[in-house]
Design a protein around this ligand. Structure first.
Ligand code: NDP
Length: 439
């Protein structure tokens, strides 16, 4: 890519897409276009470089609109970071949306990229494409060697279809479409919805809420539920008792009880008494803003956080800004490097008109390091400043004992991650707090 190349980031309002936009701007690229779908980009995420990027509204599920966009904008390089993304709950609840939306976005963008002569495209897949029983760490060659994890199979199948689309267009039309398989990602602009999000952002928010509850900061809890989602239907600012409570700083016991009960559904609980007993023990006027460790109300200082499983499974996490750096690095790899096929074990004998080797048409992106869920949970508690108890509910499923990507191909190509998990968590929590006040 040259600094004036026309670069399109599909999904530039998302966690990874916005990180790629920031990375490109920071490196001096200035001819960038991206799209928003429903959410407009947060201005605070792009400053101080907002001048080099133009956001337009586009629904990537509408084929004609995608075609018109490519015909009009003529991007030379494309980062395909738009997708329907979510955690286990969302995958389990909306399997049709996960397979349909992702298939159609990929098909529309990849076909238009071919039609309008895009020089190179990076398609973001996912590590969940690998078989659930794959040997660890997982190499690129394990694709399609076994059964997938059933909970997110529709999403994984759509991502595998995306990889196959890329490889097929490369074979038939000589395009340069590269699929990258990121590990679990986290960072600025993540989704903190407690029903739909991934484990790491959900834990950040739960610890934050647990802290607020243990300090009886009900005004802050209401602000959080309003800002990041999952507010109970009873919580409305429109002329309701909630807005009167917020305005007057007086929280009736019924409102407090319903908040405590609501948080308990997400594993943020108060030991001992029922929510209504806890609430009735609180003086509504003293249970707000000014609470400090010395005047904590005893009932809500018994807050604990319930975590799922035993905490022993091992998982890999990468900071999204590192992911963006890796994407820009791979996009800039010379054709010679990509054509050489660096991993002899994945060699494949089909002849391709593409200068892109089948060996480098899928590249794992990760840190190559994993930690236990218990270690991760304790690290997040430390970063968020949570000092309360964490109770492990071993009756809940653990999932696979280990999931780690083999990143030797990426390392051979010359890229390694830079951000430690602790530093990444600190930066992410800082962003979580910053966006509180800048919705
Ligand atoms: P986000 O949910 O944060 O962002 C998704 C982006 O896609 C948003 O900008 C969203 O816009 C856009 N989008 C979704 N549907 C449409 C549509 N119909 N038309 C236009 N835009 C649309 O996801 P991430 O940034 O976390 O993920 C980016 C990529 O990385 C995805 O392909 C994902 O599968 C992959 N990945 C992510 C991992 C993670 O841990 N987060 C792990 C592994 C892979 P809007 O919000 O307006 O709908």
């Amino acid at each position: 890519m040259n600094k004036n190349s026309r670069i399109y980031i599909a999904g530039g309002t998302g966690m990874v897409g916005s990180a790629i936009v920031r990375r490109l701007l920071a490196e001096g690229y200035y001819n960038i276009i991206s799209n928003y779908h429903i959410k407009k980009p947060l201005a605070s995420n792009l400053q101080p470089h907002t001048s080099g990027v133009n956001f337009v509204q586009l629904d990537l599920e509408i084929q004609n609109d995608v075609n018109d966009f490519f015909e009009h904008e003529r991007p030379e390089y494309v980062f395909l970071a738009a997708a329907k993304v979510g955690g286990i709950y969302a995958n389990n609840t909306y399997p049709a949306d996960f397979i349909y939306n992702n298939l159609i976005i990929e098909a529309n963008v990849l076909h238009s990229a071919y039609l309008y002569g895009v020089k190179k495209l990076l398609f973001l897949g996912s590590s969940c494409i690998y078989p659930r029983m794959a040997p660890q760490p997982m190499k690129e060659e394990y694709l399609l060697t076994g059964e997938l994890e059933p909970t997110n199979e529709p999403y994984a199948i759509s991502k595998i279809a995306g990889i196959k689309l890329c490889q097929s267009y490369n074979r038939q039309y000589g395009t340069k479409f590269i699929s990258v398989m990121p590990t679990n990602l986290y960072g600025p602009n993540d989704s903190y919805d407690l029903m739909d999000s991934h484990v790491l952002p959900a834990l950040i928010r739960k610890f934050h809420l647990a802290n607020l509850l243990s300090q009886s900061k009900f005004d802050e809890i209401i602000k959080d539920l309003t800002r990041y989602g999952n507010a109970p239907s009873s919580l409305s600012y429109d002329g309701s008792s909630t807005s009167r409570a917020v305005a007057s700083n007086v929280y009736p016991p019924t409102l407090i009880a319903s908040l405590i009960d609501h948080l308990s559904k997400f594993g943020i609980k108060v030991s001992g008494s029922s929510p209504s007993v806890v609430a009735s023990n609180l003086d509504p006027k003293s249970s707000i803003r000014e609470a400090s460790p010395s005047n904590l109300n005893p009932p809500t200082s018994n807050v604990f956080l319930e975590a799922w499983g035993t905490g022993t499974p091992r998982r890999e996490f990468m900071y999204s800004e590192d992911m963006a750096d890796a994407c820009v690095f791979i996009m800039n790899l010379g054709d010679g490097v990509l054509a050489s096929g660096l991993n002899p074990q994945t060699s494949n004998s089909f002849s391709s008109p593409s200068s892109l080797s089948p060996q480098t048409s899928i590249i794992n992106i990760g840190t190559g390091e994993d930690i236990t869920i218990r270690e991760l949970t304790e690290l997040i508690a430390e970063v968020v400043g949570y000092k309360g108890e964490i109770r492990w509910d071993a009756s809940k499923p653990d999932g696979m004992p280990r999931k780690l990507l083999d990143v030797s191909l990426l390392h051979t190509l010359g890229w390694k991650h830079k951000t430690s998990i602790k530093d990444g968590l600190r930066l992410t929590y800082k962003d979580f707090l910053k966006n509180y006040d800048h919705p």
